[in-house]
Ligand binder design. Structure first.
Ligand SMILES: NC(=O)c1ccc[n+]([C@@H]2O[C@H](COP(=O)([O-])OP(=O)(O)OC[C@H]3O[C@@H](n4cnc5c(N)ncnc54)[C@H](OP(=O)(O)O)[C@@H]3O)[C@@H](O)[C@H]2O)c1
Length: 342
């Protein structure tokens, strides 16, 4: 069985990653692609400034670009890689018209009746879809994935929840592709680090508490630990690296943490990696260039797990446009298909 899909924002950084990852997908077939108004009616191949791999996939070259309007889209699933302000207007129109919208944008992530999902972390939160459809009187719905920085450390926090989390601090070193295309000017970032990313720290301090919270039938009860985030843009193309400090309710050993990381199992979905959290024991790993493609970019890689005066600290790294964006959204859509919601 194949499902037809449309990508909104298909010419951008995340949109291009969707187009790349959806080539030869076992369940999904790209039927239409959309971006801003000036692209309508033109061929994707002539419009996109392709930068995510050596070649634009053959299948996408002649796809005609459609308006961001449900009346012109023939698809079972709509992937959204739109800027948040545009997503805020456009995604509800698709949901109202009966589409399953799997979104990367932040516009609806924190709405009470919108699931914010990482399948290995909180698959049960898709139960909110029924609540959303009922409340909003929509035939379709919106499901979101988190921002690319929260994704990596939330995956590692999930298996640590049983130890009782008291507080979490993270410092991110975020790749350039996280800023979209063309993104940060080269003269601003070469030989430099920018210690500010608009709205990123707020997202990293709120989204994890929703994802690590519990689904109570019609709402999410947020997790209760404290989070502090400091986010920084660094001159790396792909792959967010994060230093994480976790304070627990009790004394926890490095071995217990490693065992917990190993215990997080992948789901049986086409885009699931073989291993969700890969532990590297070398003293100088993970590194973006060496580790970002682990598990085809869907694993997160952890290293330097050690004890400190407050608890445990470690480094986690993940591919921001795959596990943190397009791959995350595709994995969510696969979960919806498997659970027969689509
Ligand atoms: N980059 C990441 O690692 C990452 C990770 C997680 C989430 N996200 C989220 O994913 C979304 C896309 O990010 P990105 O990095 O791919 O951004 P981007 O490279 O700037 O791409 C934006 C896309 O949206 C389209 N667009 C822009 N303005 C539009 C308008 N007024 N009307 C219709 N379409 C418009 C662009 O089309 P044109 O080419 O026609 O202008 C382009 O296809 C954002 O919400 C971002 O926060 C990004």
């Amino acid at each position: 069985m194949h499902y037809s899909v449309c990508v909104l924002g298909a010419t951008g950084m995340v949109g291009q990653k969707f187009v790349q990852l959806l080539e030869n997908h076992p369940w999904f077939r790209v039927k239409s692609l959309a971006a801003s108004e000036r692209r309508i009616g033109k061929k994707y191949g002539s419009e996109v400034e392709w930068i995510v791999s050596a070649n634009l996939p053959e299948y996408a070259k002649d796809v005609e670009m459609v308006p961001l309007d449900p009346r012109y889209v023939d698809a079972d699933i709509v992937f959204s890689a739109l800027p948040a302000d545009i997503a805020k207007e456009v995604e509800p129109k698709f949901a109202e018209a009966g589409f399953a919208v799997s979104s990367n944008a932040s516009a609806f992530r924190m709405e009470e009746d919108v699931p914010l999902v990482i399948p290995e972390v909180n698959a049960d939160h898709i139960g909110l879809i029924e609540v959303q459809k009922r409340r909003r009187k929509w035939d379709g719905f919106i499901v979101t994935n988190p921002n690319c920085t929260s994704t990596m450390f939330v995956i590692t926090l999930k298996p640590l929840m049983d130890f009782g989390l008291k507080s979490v601090r993270i410092a991110s070193m975020q790749a350039l592709s996280g800023a979209g295309y063309p993104g940060v000017p080269s003269l601003a970032i070469t030989d430099n680090i920018i210690p500010f990313i608009k709205n990123e720290e707020e997202k990293c301090e709120s989204e994890p508490l929703k994802m690590l919270g519990s689904f109570k039938g019609d709402r999410i009860e947020f997790a209760k630990f404290r989070i502090s985030a400091s986010c920084h843009r660094v001159p790396v193309i792909d792959g967010h690296t994060e230093a994480v400090w976790v304070e627990f309710e009790r004394d926890v050993t490095v071995e217990e943490v490693k065992g917990a990381f190993d215990s997080l199992k992948p789901l049986d979905l086409p885009s699931s990696p073989e291993k969700v959290i890969v532990i590297r024991n070398e003293v100088d790993r993970p590194q973006p260039r060496l580790d970002r493609d682990t598990g085809k970019g869907m694993s997160v890689v952890v290293g330097r797990i050690r004890k400190d005066a407050w608890g445990i600290k470690y480094i986690v790294l993940g591919h921001n446009t795959i596990r943190g964006a397009a791959g995350a959204s595709i994995l969510n859509a696969e979960l919806l298909v498997k659970e027969k919601i689509v």
